[in-house]
Design a protein. Structure first.
Length: 314
């Protein structure tokens, strides 16, 4: 009897109703003999399924969905010997882009998995919730909080731009950042990166390395127009410069940190709204994640993005 090729467990978010989601489902069904498909009903179920597969010794679990689905599967696989394969079918797919995994055609993403190259990345946690790519406290989390699913479906990434315009008009509370080594800084928005990319294709955390056991932290000290200037200038230059970030921006690297505020702060992890809290504690989990990725990641800014932002490259 001929040995049959292995079937990989595939954890699928069935709620993806965009054209990209429909194309992804079509590809998965056309290649269904390669997978055992599990359509999840909730984030909790995705976590439980991933934990089960890891405990059963599955060598590979594939997550098909956006950053929220991916984050749930990551939580279930954290610290195990089971590797993660990624079918990026969401709006942003930041972690997939960070690793150079093709996000436009699942055929190409499948080729990465078949290539068999495994990359090991650090896992950090925010108030006990693990994340692999980034987290935000304040402005960007509030933008996500303000962006409805209906608007994302209709406008894609531009939906966040509309919400950002609204949030910029409000006066944010001051937050305090305390690093594990005692350094402190105050600001109105905090971005925490385990990788270089922010918001999909934008390199923001210039010194970040997802295998160096450090978090890269950008603290914005002023709101309104200055906040916009600082952000665009950093994006246009290929990331905030750690050596000369400017008077209104501070760049830190830390093994852990705490963000605190007198008011509750909106918090996001891996592009999904976590909730609100007066304290956000970022710590290493002591675990790593194995993920299939190209042997040589190719993370590039699109030419059109650089062209649009070129006036800020001064």
């Amino acid at each position: 009897m001929t040995d049959l090729p292995p079937r990989y467990p595939l954890i699928l978010n069935p709620k993806a109703k965009s054209e990209k989601g429909k194309r992804a489902l079509k590809f998965i069904m056309e290649n269904a003999t390669r997978f055992t498909i599990y359509a999840t009903r909730s984030r909790e179920e995705a976590i439980e399924l991933a934990q089960r597969f890891a405990s059963e010794g599955e060598p590979l679990v594939i997550a098909a969905g956006g950053d929220g689905t991916l984050n749930a599967v990551v939580e279930g696989l954290a610290g195990s010997e089971t590797s993660l394969g990624i079918f990026p079918t969401g709006t942003m797919n930041v972690f997939a882009r960070e690793l150079g995994i093709p996000y436009d055609r699942l055929e190409n993403a499948m080729e990465v998995i078949d290539g068999g190259h495994s990359h090991e990345v650090d896992l950090f946690q925010m108030n006990g919730a693990p994340f692999v790519q980034m987290a935000g406290v304040g402005f960007d989390a509030q933008v996500i909080e303000e962006t409805t699913w209906e608007r994302k479906k209709r406008l894609g990434p531009f939906a966040y731009l509309l919400s950002a315009t609204k949030v910029l008009g409000a006066k944010p509370p001051m937050m305090k950042v305390t690093c594990a080594d005692g350094r402190t800084v105050e600001g109105i928005a905090v971005l925490v990166g385990n990788g270089t990319l922010y918001g999909g294709q934008f390199p923001l955390f210039k010194k970040a390395d997802n295998a160096d056991q450090l978090l890269d932290v950008v603290v914005f000290k002023e709101s309104g127009l200055q906040f916009v200037r600082d952000t665009l200038r950093g994006l246009a230059k290929g990331g905030i410069d750690p050596e000369s970030p400017g008077d209104s921006v501070e760049y830190l690297q830390a093994a852990g940190l705490t963000v605190s505020c007198d008011e509750t702060m909106p918090i996001e992890i891996d592009g999904e709204l976590w909730g609100r809290s007066k304290v956000a504690e970022f710590l290493p989990t002591g675990k790593t994640l194995k993920v299939f990725a190209p042997a040589v990641p190719k993370v590039k800014l699109r030419y059109t993005v650089l062209k649009i932002l070129s006036p800020w490259r001064r």
